[in-house]
Design a protein around this ligand. Structure first.
Ligand SMILES: [Fe+2]
Length: 166
């Protein structure tokens, strides 16, 4: 697998699909500016009962077995798809993967930088879930022989924050 040197915005040798993920991100960056101060000041007391139920459900993680490979998984043959459909399908998977992983990076950062324990707990579960979604799609791509290195997204987010003085 080849690597992309994002920091210099120079592509030495591109893994085609990672490049596709770059393109998706560059064209449509899914990074948002977060008002951490506002988030830290959130008070959930007015919805305490619902909040506790929600957090308790997220903590119990009822979706942990949701993403399962069934035998249908083995019947998928990417190579047999007609080239146009194959490209479109892979494009869809890559943009989905990029979106899921961007969510994971964002929520993880909110958890890391926040000081409001309750909000941080919520974001930690949300980050876990997005990572799971991204992992499932990445598994599908890997089985199709397509490797996507999303490390650049984490780096890009750091650069983005730095530029915004965050
Ligand atoms: Fe998701």
């Amino acid at each position: 697998m080849k690597e992309v040197d994002y920091q210099n915005e120079r592509v030495d040798a591109i893994n085609e699909t990672t490049a596709m993920a770059h393109e998706t991100t560059l064209l449509n960056p899914r990074f948002y500016t977060t008002n951490f101060k506002e988030m830290d000041e959130l008070n959930v007391e007015s919805v305490r009962k619902d909040w506790d139920e929600l957090i308790s459900e997220m903590k119990s993680d009822p979706n942990r077995t949701h993403f399962k490979k069934t035998e249908d998984w083995d019947k998928i043959d990417f190579k047999s798809l007609n080239p146009e459909l194959r490209k479109e399908f892979i494009d869809f998977l890559v943009s989905s993967l990029t979106a899921e992983f961007s969510g994971c990076v964002l929520y993880k950062e909110m958890k890391r930088r926040g000081t409001n324990e309750e909000i941080c707990e919520l974001f930690s579960y949300m980050s876990r879930d997005e990572a799971r979604h991204a992992g499932f799609i990445n598994d599908a791509l890997r089985e199709a022989g397509i490797g996507v290195n999303l490390g650049f997204l984490t780096r890009k987010k750091k650069i983005y924050n730095k530029k915004r003085g965050n």
